[in-house]
Design a protein. Structure first.
Lengths: 253, 253
């Protein structure tokens, strides 16, 4: 009997964002792996074994899931958001590349999901409505110089920016430094959206400007979208403004 | 009675990528608007009026949907993929900004979906596994110079690129010109993924290199992902290779 591995995107917190494809893969799995808070979002089913793990153990988690799949089991490895965006997808590929040949023969499927930037953007309008970049501010696995170079390149060329992993206890200064860097290219009035825990009970979405962005609290569960010079606010009575980037994507158009 | 408008992301072609939230909004709507081929993907329901429209009429379509919502109806406007990514979200915001004040008082919700680049990426592994940009190659609403500047900025800074709207009958040369531009920054061996009609019966996914990318046919239904210098292939026996960008995202790491 040959096993298989599904790398499943759960989407952001709200179960109404879980795709039917992902739901079916979770229901069919004999064993589930994942970062514990993500696994907690999957309803228990009889006969399934659950293997929760800590954060920042992506490669080990991927290897354990591959190992069990290679032993013939139907395994699901869950990921928040979309597995291909700053999540488990790349770790699984890396583990396969470095692992035993048998892992390359496995039936592996990657199941896409709604990634955080799409959910945060949807809460306020369409800030990603034109060309944009997704950039992780974590300098655990790349240099801060690389991050600064990418911030410069993206902002000066007119891309909107979605910032993943903006801050953590071990990385307290990176987001402030990124805002400082972006202010060299963008007006202080540029809209910035902070989306925390979107789709969960403690969701909090804030709209600020780049000039005042340092005053807004962010944490590990926050996704930050920084507009381009073209990004606009539409004021509304008794509602938060809409934030959108026009389809032209050119500043001043 | 106050109307409302849901701007609904259908995801790519496969109904198993439609979120439960989007499904519920489609079921509750009294009227559905959308580009005809997208509306065709929504099963008919008794008592619903359907208003299909042609492509490239985004603003008119948005206005008609807003007009009916302002008249007190529960309206859904459908979009392929995610409404916030090169789709109807920005057109709706633009129509509201330019429209009558009453439209700003409406209950508007944007419902996120799986956008094409996530589905294409999932078919081959995790090519968007690290920092990436999403860029539309359509020069209908922005200049080709702007597009070239963004291609240069993104590729030279090490972003992977997801190219939306790569080609159409009216824009036959843009994709080839983009590859030419990218070859100034990236090795000929850089992996390129062509995902056509992903999730539909006529799906076709091809993996090529930047050096040979001109030889692969693309059309309006194609999404192209161009790797960075860090993007890797993992060969597999009797299966297509995996394509992924390591979590470090640095070339040569």
């Amino acid at each position: 009997m040959s096993g298989r591995l599904a790398v499943v995107g759960l989407g952001p917190g709200d179960a109404r964002w879980l795709t039917p494809e992902a739901e079916a893969a979770l229901a069919a799995a004999e064993a589930l792996f994942g970062y514990a808070p993500y696994l907690d979002r999957v309803p228990p089913r009889a006969g399934q074994r659950r293997h929760p793990s800590d954060n920042r153990q992506e490669i080990d988690r991927a290897r354990e899931a591959l190992h069990l799949a290679a032993a013939g089991r139907n395994v699901a490895l869950v990921s928040g958001g979309d597995p291909g965006v700053f999540a488990m997808g790349a770790a699984v590929c890396e583990a396969i590349e470095q692992g035993p040949d048998a892992w390359r023969a496995l039936d592996i499927r990657f199941l896409p999901g709604v990634t955080a930037m799409l959910a945060v953007a949807a809460r306020v309008g369409a800030p990603l409505g034109h060309d944009f970049c997704a950039l992780s501010l974590s300098d655990n696995l790349k240099s801060w110089e690389t991050i600064e170079r990418r911030l410069d390149a993206a902002a000066s060329a007119g891309f909107v920016l979605a910032l993943y992993n903006p801050i953590s206890r071990a990385r307290p200064w990176q987001l402030g430094k990124a805002f400082e860097q972006l202010r060299r290219h963008l007006p202080a009035a540029t809209p910035v959206v902070f989306g925390r825990a979107v789709g969960r009970a403690d969701e909090r979405v804030m709209i600020a400007t780049l000039g005042e962005a340092d005053r807004i609290a962010a944490d590990m569960a926050t996704l930050v979208i920084v507009g381009s010079a073209a990004t606009r606010l539409v004021a509304r009575p008794d509602r938060a403004p809409l934030v959108y980037t026009p389809r032209t994507g050119d500043a001043g158009s």
